[in-house]
Design a protein around this ligand. Structure first.
Ligand SMILES: [Mg+2]
Length: 279
């Protein structure tokens, strides 16, 4: 290689390296620009979509459901071995996001730019087309095979009986009748309905996605107090209380703004952001 040739090759290499560096730093600048144009907003609405993406797609969601129902099955076997019950046995379960998956409703509403409202909710439940939570049908049929009755205590309204019953029946849930599906009459507090079942039955387990499904000690308290009550009852979870995953909604969502249902999306965002830890 003569001297002129050597200089030309060196210049070419240098220009290639410079071009490469320039394009890397341009890419970095672009990515910084992209990030800075993205903003948090309408967290309630978008959060429901992200939760639904997880609920409808994640193997981890399915695994959590199986985990809950496997523990519940194990609890039945343990309970039956004790032979300590004189009265008939029962299990009390919630319906929505405990045995039925309503994420299609949340997605449809979000795409329309809305959150929950009674009218569209009843449109959805009247279809009776919700899928079952993974493991739910098998678990409740196992309970029925051991002569354990199942009571569905739900805050669906009395107008929703037909669609609810049809949905449960078609999916193969046992005891899908008017005696066992206990809808909301005048209060979302489930305590009176739980007491009604407890008059005749020994209730060995409660299943739910919302703390209100387990005991009145959680009903309509502040976020701080709900969390404190949860810590106090920690030993009950996985034994008497079986919790199913629902990151889309629940009383936690209402507790954060102090059960104020009149907030605008911007006001909700502000409440949510105030309650987040950052670093
Ligand atoms: Mg529920």
């Amino acid at each position: 290689m003569n001297r002129l040739h050597y200089i030309l090759v060196s210049l070419m290499l240098l220009s290639m390296i410079t071009a490469c560096k320039t394009s890397n730093s341009a890419a970095k600048n672009n990515s910084t620009k992209q990030q800075t144009t993205r903003k948090l907003g309408d967290i309630a609405l978008n959060g429901k979509v992200y939760s639904a993406i997880w609920q409808q797609n994640a193997g981890e969601f399915r695994a959590l459901c199986y985990q809950a129902y496997n523990i519940a099955t194990h609890n039945i076997d343990t309970e039956l071995k004790t032979n300590r019950h004189q009265r008939p046995l029962a299990i009390i379960t919630d319906i929505d996001e405990t045995i039925l998956d309503n994420s299609p409703y949340a997605v449809t509403q979000a795409m329309r730019g809305n959150e929950f409202d009674n009218k569209t909710w009843m449109e959805w439940t009247s279809k009776g087309s919700a899928f079952a939570y993974p493991g739910a049908v098998k678990f409740f049929n196992y309970a029925a095979s051991k002569n354990i009755e199942v009571f569905y205590i739900t805050n669906r309204s009395t107008k929703e009986m037909e669609g609810t019953q049809r949905n449960l029946e078609q999916l193969g849930f046992p005891f899908a009748d008017e005696q066992h599906i206990m809808l909301m009459n005048n209060t979302s507090d489930k305590e009176a309905r739980r007491m009604e079942v407890l008059q005749k039955y020994d209730v060995i387990m409660y299943l739910g996605d919302n703390l209100n499904d387990f005991s009145k000690i959680f009903y309509k308290f502040s976020q701080h107090d709900r969390n404190q009550q949860t810590d106090k009852a920690s030993e009950e979870f996985g034994s008497r209380y079986i919790v199913l995953p629902n990151s889309g909604y629940g009383n936690w969502e209402s507790a954060l703004p102090g059960y104020n249902y009149q907030l605008t999306p911007a006001q909700k965002d502000s409440v949510f952001l105030k309650n987040l830890r950052v670093y």
